[in-house]
Ligand binder design. Structure first.
Ligand SMILES: *Cc1c(COP(=O)(O)O)cnc(C)c1O
Ligand SMILES: [Zn+2]
Length: 405
């Protein structure tokens, strides 16, 4: 009989020490670093096979054997995941590389409009199952919108701290979902400090990026889906707009797990992280050859999801990028905006600035030869442009009755 989940324990990402998975955990007790969920992959390999997936619903929970929920009833879902992987030939033509092999994984089609839904579905499911009574998170916007939605679905109260210039769409999504919203003067790290300072006294469980083990598990399903959607192989390169980097950490882990199951081979895509010129701590660390990143001073970019001056999982992200033979690229806000318009106009995919950053980076890497047009690349559109409409001013002539264009 196969298990619903093969979760066995949690492991410190720094020193490997084991932590109990049936207790509520934050960061590792030993090192204060992210905890990674571990599964009995040998048993899963014997008892589970990929053909079983054909019958499953098109959500990320189709991979429940390698997700943390112990039973179906534990899952808090809004239909997240199994987003389309769209072939983009016209984009290649527009870039004047007609042979370019570009795919876009359109995460903007997730509930609440961004891939934050995946992480929150996993984290909120697990938190509720382990007895949490209230949730809190700092967020640039999209994590807050997702947490508020999943908290409502889980019937848990939730509190959100966002920078005061967070996008209106996030504030509205949080407010209509019934979560409590506070705006903070400062950046996401300042919002994070606020949650950290109050959580014990207020009885909140902090679901900030990589401060609990399961958001990364939700995000890793992007890696499972890529493999499944490509017929159990992986592309040559993945371009990903990195803030806290859970997606990179998660997908890298997903590929290891798939190989342990025998579903894919040892080949890996080059993992390429993209950051904004005004906040690029991981890009700087990558090119400096450092194992960790220095906090970025005076972080500024209109791409709020990328305005993360310090990431607790920095060493994990850098490790994955290096092990994969990947690289790290900076792009300007203007380049992101131009890329968003190009993607929308050539393929009908409306990405926000973060989600357009991989296309901006792809252009650069093609131009300097680091990527070849024959390399099959997957660009991650992490969030819908509908979440930040004010960044895309639209002008149209107004016609009076009787006037014609
Ligand atoms: C949060 C966010 C990111 C950064 O994601 P990480 O996994 O934390 O690096 C990128 N794009 C969008 C739209 C986001 O909301
Ligand atoms: Zn440790």
């Amino acid at each position: 009989m196969s298990a619903f989940s093969y979760l066995t324990h949690l492991e410190c990402s720094r020193c490997g020490q084991t932590h109990e998975a049936e207790a509520l955990q934050t960061v590792s007790a030993c090192c204060g670093k992210p905890l990674l969920a571990r599964y009995d992959l040998e048993r899963a390999r014997r008892e589970w096979n990929r053909e079983a997936l054909a019958q499953r619903p098109a959500t990320m929970w189709r991979y429940h054997e390698l997700l943390p929920a112990r039973q179906e009833a534990e899952i808090v879902s809004l239909g997240e995941g199994m987003t389309p992987l769209l072939a983009c030939q016209q984009l290649g033509q527009a870039l004047e590389w007609p042979s370019a092999r570009v795919l876009v994984k359109d995460e903007g089609q997730n509930p609440t409009g961004s891939f934050k839904a995946r992480g929150m579905s996993a984290a909120v499911s697990r938190a509720r199952a382990l007895g949490v009574k209230a949730l809190a998170t700092p967020s640039a916007g999209n994590a807050a919108a997702a947490m508020a939605a999943y908290a409502a679905r889980a019937r848990l109260p939730a509190v959100v701290f966002m920078p005061e210039d967070a996008p209106e769409s996030a504030m509205v999504q949080v407010a209509v979902s019934g979560a409590k919203l506070y705006l903070v003067k400062g950046l996401i790290n300042d919002a994070g400090a606020m949650v950290a300072a109050l959580k014990e006294e207020r009885g909140w469980f902090d679901v900030a990026t990589l401060k609990e083990p399961y958001r990364a598990e939700g995000k890793k399903t992007m890696g499972f889906e890529l493999a499944e959607q490509l017929g159990w192989r992986l592309p040559d390169a993945i371009l990903y707009p990195a803030g806290g980097g859970t997606g990179i950490v998660g997908m890298w882990k997903a590929f290891e797990e798939l190989e342990a199951l025998g579903w894919i081979g040892p080949q890996r895509p080059r993992m390429i992280i993209v950051q904004a010129e005004g906040c690029a701590p991981l890009v700087q660390a990558f090119h400096a050859g450092s194992e960790t990143a220095e906090p970025w001073q005076d972080a500024h970019t209109l791409a709020g999801g990328l305005r993360v001056p310090a990431a607790i999982g920095d060493f994990l992200i850098l490790r994955a990028v290096r092990a994969s033979g990947g690289t790290a690229v900076m792009v300007s806000d203007a380049e992101m905006l131009a890329a968003a318009k190009l993607l929308a106009a050539t393929e009908g995919i409306f990405a926000g600035l973060e989600g357009a950053a991989p296309l901006a980076a792809y252009r650069k890497l093609l131009a300097d030869g680091a990527l070849k047009p024959e390399d099959e690349v997957v660009l991650f559109n992490t969030g819908s442009g509908l979440l930040s409409l004010d960044q895309f001013p639209a002008q149209a002539p107004v016609l009076r009755p009787g006037e014609r264009p």
